[in-house]
Design a protein around this ligand. Structure first.
Ligand code: MN
Length: 503
């Protein structure tokens, strides 16, 4: 049993390469561990002589980021890429050199992160453009986003050394953009870290108040939670139920804050400030365990929730129940399998990959991915205050569609197969003769929707684009290519005519 995954991620203040190697050895091949060591040497040489605002050697930052990722047992290449994630942007070393030494998969991830750049606030338009970049990078390779989360978590934990204005902006952005994305990706642990680390800077007074409430609750309940866990252990053993772990879990501060706001700060109405989490072997054990809890203690009405039969929209699965324990004290239990637990805490990092020559990407079964992305985008935009004032249409109305191979392409709303064809390649556009959307032939002027799988039928004998296409294409790229092609064929036509005359 891997006990490690049941504990929370801890954000290192001082990480060493030796610790990282130890973590990696637990789940990686020796060659991956070796590559990580090489990546560390490569990055520390590149960052030599650079320091962070806090005065520490720069290399400590990528090392801490890699450390966080190794704790959630992220795929080895993610960890290796994270060690070098700031190299192209902050040092003389180029991406080409990284690619030469570490291969294209790792280099491509770093390219994605570098493209995102350091988000610099230069007015609303730039900000929204950054957001758009974020979604495009995410669509291209979700692993980039996972590194970005760890990067952001570490930066938030060292925010103290930045000027106040900058601090506030980074914290707000993490709260409004990064945390909801982490939530949608089912990465509960990152969502919680991003929120709690930002909360402190965005609403310092509320943060202190909520923290005091939680601390008091913990100290009140600690003693008898220990007792309850002991009782549970005995009962489960007696009933021959395979449990892997039973532990107390504290509610994350920001999510407690939101609950407190909803309940007018009535702490007595909130039962899950600390809860007991039981991890068992399989689904059958989950229900058996629920039965045992209800036999021992009386459940509160309407508080039994079966998220196994009916998972939450982000995929969360568990059984929840709240019971009257000894002395009438109220305790919430959360029961789940190891797989459900990993899925809930680490989401997309834990599963759903298919591998092909271009590296891992969300599996076909998750073709809903594009729809998810579009929905996520919408939600995040709804969350950002004053968006109406921003009046941005180029980001607001974006769709994500697929190539038949599963690559995600982002296009403006109401884009057509012709826009798609030109996005793939100019020649695909010029020779485009028809299109299939989700295996059905459609007309070239039909509107694409998020999640569509689009296939372009080309005809190599086709002379070029039709003048009519200009009436319905949405992207500038398509328009420009069509115009250029029409012009050049006009020129050829005139030239031919001219040559004929000469003859
Ligand atoms: Mn960084």
């Amino acid at each position: 049993m891997d006990k490690f995954l049941f504990s929370q991620v801890n954000i290192p203040t001082k990480a060493t390469i030796e610790d990282l190697v130890e973590n990696l050895k637990k789940y990686c091949q020796p060659t991956d561990v070796e590559t990580a060591q090489l990546a560390y040497d490569f990055a520390s040489k590149a960052h030599a002589g650079q320091f962070r605002k806090s005065g520490e050697p720069y290399i400590l930052h990528p090392l801490c980021v890699a450390h966080i990722l190794s704790q959630i047992q992220a795929e080895p290449n993610i960890v290796i890429a994270s060690l070098m994630h700031d190299v192209p942007e902050d040092t003389e070393i180029t991406l080409e050199e990284i690619e030469k030494n570490f291969g294209s998969d790792i280099a491509n991830m770093i390219r994605g992160i570098t493209k995102l750049g350091k988000l610099k606030y230069r007015g609303v338009e730039r900000y929204i453009e950054n957001l758009r970049k974020l979604f495009v990078a995410m669509a291209e390779d979700i692993r980039v986003m996972i590194i970005k989360f760890a990067d952001r978590v570490h930066n938030l934990s060292t925010l103290e050394s930045l000027p106040e204005k900058k601090r506030e902006r980074i914290a707000l952005e993490s709260l409004e953009i990064y945390a909801p994305i982490a939530n949608r990706l089912g990465m509960g642990e990152f969502k919680g870290l991003l929120e709690d680390l930002s909360f402190k800077y965005v609403k310092p007074k509320d943060f202190q108040r909520v923290k005091a409430i939680r601390d008091q609750n913990i100290s009140e309940k600690n003693v008898y939670l220990d007792k309850i866990i002991k009782t549970m252990e005995t009962e489960l053993k007696g009933a021959d139920i395979n449990y892997l772990d039973i532990h107390g879990r504290e509610k994350q501060l920001y999510s407690l804050y939101q609950k407190l706001l909803k309940k007018n700060w009535e702490v007595s109405n909130i039962y899950d400030i600390v809860a007991v989490r039981v991890i068992v072997k399989d689904v059958g054990d989950c229900y058996a365990c629920l039965g045992i809890i209800h036999k021992l203690w009386r459940p509160l009405k309407g508080r039994i929730k079966d998220y196994i039969a009916q998972p939450k929209p982000n995929g969360y699965q568990s059984l929840h129940t709240t019971v009257f324990c000894d002395d009438g004290k109220i305790v919430e239990f959360q029961i789940r399998t190891k797989e459900m637990h990993q899925e809930a805490e680490f989401g997309i990092t834990a599963s759903h990959w298919t591998y092909d020559e271009r590296g891992p990407r969300p599996s076909k079964k998750d073709l809903n991915w594009a729809k998810e992305l579009a929905k996520m985008q919408q939600e995040i935009l709804n969350n950002i205050k004053d968006l109406e004032e921003m009046k941005v249409d180029f980001f607001h109305n974006h769709i994500f569609v697929f190539t038949p191979k599963g690559d995600v392409i982002d296009l403006p709303e109401d884009a057509t197969p012709v826009d798609f064809a030109y996005h793939i390649h100019t020649e695909v556009g010029n020779k485009c003769n028809g299109a299939k959307v989700n295996d059905q032939m459609v007309s070239l002027d039909s509107f694409l929707k998020s999640g569509d799988v689009v296939e372009i039928v080309t005809d190599k004998n086709r002379k070029g684009p039709s003048q009519d296409w200009l009436k319905f294409v949405k992207t500038h790229a398509a328009k420009n290519h069509i115009k250029a092609q029409l012009n050049s064929s006009k020129i050829t036509w005139i030239k031919n005519l001219f040559e004929k005359k000469i003859k």
